[in-house]
Design a protein around this ligand. Structure first.
Ligand SMILES: NC(=O)NCCC(=O)O
Length: 401
């Protein structure tokens, strides 16, 4: 399996295909071409100085007579952990804050309205080890931990919504851990938080040693720039998860991830993109970059020899649109910022053409009415919760309100 030596699928195609073939291959593989964004030269200079990649693309919607375009710019950040995993915890967190601060400065130059970082961005992805200390020391309060305060400053300074996926310690409720994303308004206020709904138990992804499946359902956050949701990493393999965020009104669903080539690289271009198509929304898939080594060897009960590394995190962050088109990916081997301009009107335009969600939406409305009117339900596997209008599916974290 290729590591850092293989830069990206796009570079490989561009290097080896004649131009006319390349255009056809891209049309079939990537859908309607995204326009390259004209980003300021000082942003490219700052990115080059900071040694990270900067790419920008725009998706287009048709001009409507009665709605103005709802144009917003998204920033997706992928990065390696700058310091070795055995460096003191606070030093690692501080180094990551400095790195992200520099990338967010460039995002601001590019007019980004909403920025999202990778899963558990303040730490190495140490859950493979199954050791508790020092890794649990990376956990912070979602409400007033140092990383949330740092992101609130960024949000205020740059007038930017910040989506900050962290390892959360819920100090108000028994000090337990969660895999959480904090959503911070461009005013600096905390809009809320959302928790990873599906926890992997595959290969070295031993996350269930640390935290449970999320208990916050599928919240959607109304920001000044549109309605957003966060489907954390492993949640992207579960179509009903994307569906619920979309039914709850999300126009853009972020998928901050940490995943390795040997496990998921062939699924990566398909899953978030398919979710954008199936749910008539934009999806933003973000993955970390590079290799991380841990002080002690570990195994995961799968017959593999004891090892100290997680494997190769292949970056390749991208954005997909409801019409099935997508941006090229960031590279597999460099830190990067992907700036994407979206017209959110495209969600409804594609919904009107394909209508994939219409049957879901109409049946949900019927369920709500039935629950409200009689509270007598015959819904197979669904059961009525005390609120009388909420239904819970026993097989997956689906809640209907
Ligand atoms: N972080 C995480 O959930 N990874 C699981 C592996 C995958 O989803 O590709």
């Amino acid at each position: 399996m290729a590591g850092a030596g293989f830069e990206s699928l796009e570079r490989c195609l561009e290097k080896h295909l004649p131009l006319t073939d390349l255009q056809e291959v891209k049309r079939i593989l990537y859908g309607k071409e995204t326009r390259k964004l004209d980003l300021p030269s000082r942003a490219f200079e700052a990115a080059s100085k900071g040694d990270f990649e900067l790419q920008g693309y725009a998706f287009q919607a048709v001009a409507e007579q009665q709605r103005r375009p709802r144009t917003v710019r998204m920033g997706l950040v992928q990065n390696r952990t700058p310091l070795p995993a055995d460096t003191p915890v606070v030093k690692q967190v501080t180094a990551l804050h400095r790195r992200i601060e520099a990338i967010v400065e460039v995002a601001a130059m590019c007019g980004v309205n909403i920025i999202c970082f990778q899963e558990a961005w303040t730490m190495p992805f140490a859950f493979c080890t199954r050791e508790k200390l020092p890794w649990t020391e990376f956990a912070e309060s979602a409400e007033d931990g140092p990383t949330t305060k740092f992101c609130q400053e960024l949000a205020r300074k740059h007038d930017m919504v910040v989506v900050s996926p962290i390892l959360e310690r819920d100090t108000e409720h028994g000090d337990i851990l969660w895999n959480t994303a904090v959503v911070i308004s461009n005013s600096g206020a905390i809009l809320g938080k959302t928790r990873k709904n599906h926890i992997p138990r595959v290969g070295d992804f031993n996350e269930s040693t640390y935290y449970m499946e999320g208990n916050l359902g599928h919240p959607v956050f109304q920001t000044q720039f549109g309605r957003i949701a966060v489907n954390i990493c492993y949640g992207r393999h579960h179509p009903l998860n994307w569906l619920m965020y979309s039914i709850n009104g999300a126009e853009v669903i972020f998928n901050p991830s940490a995943t390795i080539g040997a496990l998921s690289e062939s699924l990566w271009p398909i899953e978030a993109r398919n979710a954008a198509i199936a749910n008539h929304c934009f999806t933003c898939a973000i993955n970390r970059v590079g290799e991380e080594f841990f002080p002690n060897e570990f195994t995961s009960g799968d017959g593999k020899k004891a090892h100290r590394d997680f494997g190769y995190f292949y970056g390749s962050s991208y954005v997909a649109a409801p019409d099935g088109s997508r941006t090229p990916g960031l590279s597999r081997n460099r830190d990067g910022l992907l700036v994407t301009e979206l017209d959110l009107n495209l969600c409804r335009q594609v919904n009107d053409i394909w209508g994939f969600k219409d049957s879901w939406n109409s049946s949900l409305i019927r369920l709500d009415l039935k629950a409200l009117m009689s509270c007598e339900l015959d819904l197979g596997n669904w059961r009525l919760l005390p609120s009388s209008v909420s239904l819970e599916c026993p097989f997956c974290p689906l809640f209907l309100h």
